[in-house]
Design a protein around this ligand. Structure first.
Ligand code: TRP
Ligand code: SF4
Length: 327
């Protein structure tokens, strides 16, 4: 029954990796059966950090959306669009920026954290501070009931709810307050044991070749307290094993745990087995992606059609907004 609306966006960073698969895309795939979904490329959000470096954004959108489609995000079921093709996001952003106290934005933990960590970029801009206001616009423009996001996005969603509440208080009830849609997925680590991220260079991409995937799996950190093959290992300390949890069938996995703890299997052999499972699991995706990549203009058509659908919905909401604020 499609009675509830879902909105979620992704900043276009290019090809997607396993960290996007587990926790985001798998979630979207489920949701599109039961909800009316709006999924979009948040290219204006990319500008908040990449304003000096826009050359790649278009390409990144293309690669990302191709990954979505190959994964099974279906333009027949969901509205797939590009934020910057729906100008109502900017209009609502402007109006919401008038009623959002700067203090709400300054105390946002993500804001502080990124200011401190991304020291190579000057993030002391108006737009970067306003990131959550634009995100609030994305969400309430479609009167979304739920927003599938990761834990890191919860502070932003809380600001969205506060902004919606404030709008309703000032101008009358227009926006429902969206709730988060969280799923518990095992934490996915990159090759080096840090969080998987393109910028850390530790990611396994969905679209890379079987050979590359194999090489990367073989390079994964294992149990650092097992320097020698003859030492017993502990899967709970092993970075590679976080992938076993997702890709190796339970029975085989139990066997590996046993063998690892008794030093009956070496990490090289263990990762070879793991790599095979990962490669097999991704094979249908890769084939589908290659097939879709051969259709010129496909992504652009999907985005154009989706954006005009989104715009029709957004236009309805903006009528109500203008009426509410009497302008
Ligand atoms: N901030 C989100 C992220 O970095 C992307 C995003 C932009 C988003 N607008 C959104 C997510 C609206 C959900 C809803 O992942
Ligand atoms: Fe990890 Fe496998 Fe090595 Fe054990 S044998 S430490 S599970 S890679």
């Amino acid at each position: 029954m499609k009675n509830k609306r879902i909105v979620s966006g992704m900043r276009p960073t290019g090809k997607l990796h396993l960290g996007h698969y587990h926790g985001v895309l798998d979630n979207w795939l489920e949701l599109q059966h039961d909800y009316e979904c709006f999924f979009f490329a948040a290219d204006w959000h990319s500008l908040t950090t990449e304003y000096a470096n826009t050359a790649e954004i278009r390409d990144n959108i293309h690669e990302m959306v191709l990954d979505w489609l190959a994964f099974g995000i279906d333009p027949e079921k969901s509205t797939i669009f590009q934020q910057s093709l729906v100008p109502q996001h900017a209009e609502l952003n402007l109006i919401l920026s008038m009623i959002t106290p700067v203090s709400w934005l300054e105390r946002n933990p993500t804001y502080k954290e990124m200011q401190e960590n991304l020291t190579t970029k000057d993030l002391s801009t108006f737009g970067f501070l306003g990131y959550p206001v634009l995100m609030a616009s994305d969400i309430i423009l479609y009167k979304a009931a739920r927003v599938p996001v990761g834990h890191d996005q919860l502070p932003h969603l809380e600001i969205t709810r506060e902004i919606a509440r404030r709008f309703n208080f000032l101008y009358g009830e227009v926006f429902p307050e969206p709730a988060a849609y969280l799923t518990e997925t095992p934490k996915l680590l990159g090759l080096d044991g840090r969080k998987m991220s393109k910028s850390y260079g530790n990611a396994i991409f969905l679209s890379e070749s079987a050979e590359e995937t194999r090489k990367k799996v073989m390079s994964m950190v294992t149990d650092v307290e097992r320097p020698r093959r003859t030492d017993p290992g502990e899967p709970d300390r092993c970075v590679a094993f976080t992938l076993h949890l997702l890709y190796v069938p339970e029975e085989e996995r139990a066997e590996i745990v046993e063998e690892c703890r008794n030093a009956r299997i070496g990490c090289v052999d263990c990762k070879k087995r793991l790599a095979q499972h990962v490669v097999d699991a991704l094979a249908p995706f890769r084939a589908k992606r290659e097939e879709l990549a051969e259709q010129p203009g496909l992504v652009e058509e999907v985005l154009a059609a989706g954006s005009s659908k989104a715009m029709a919905e957004a236009g309805e909401t903006m009528k109500e907004v203008r009426q509410a604020i009497k302008m």
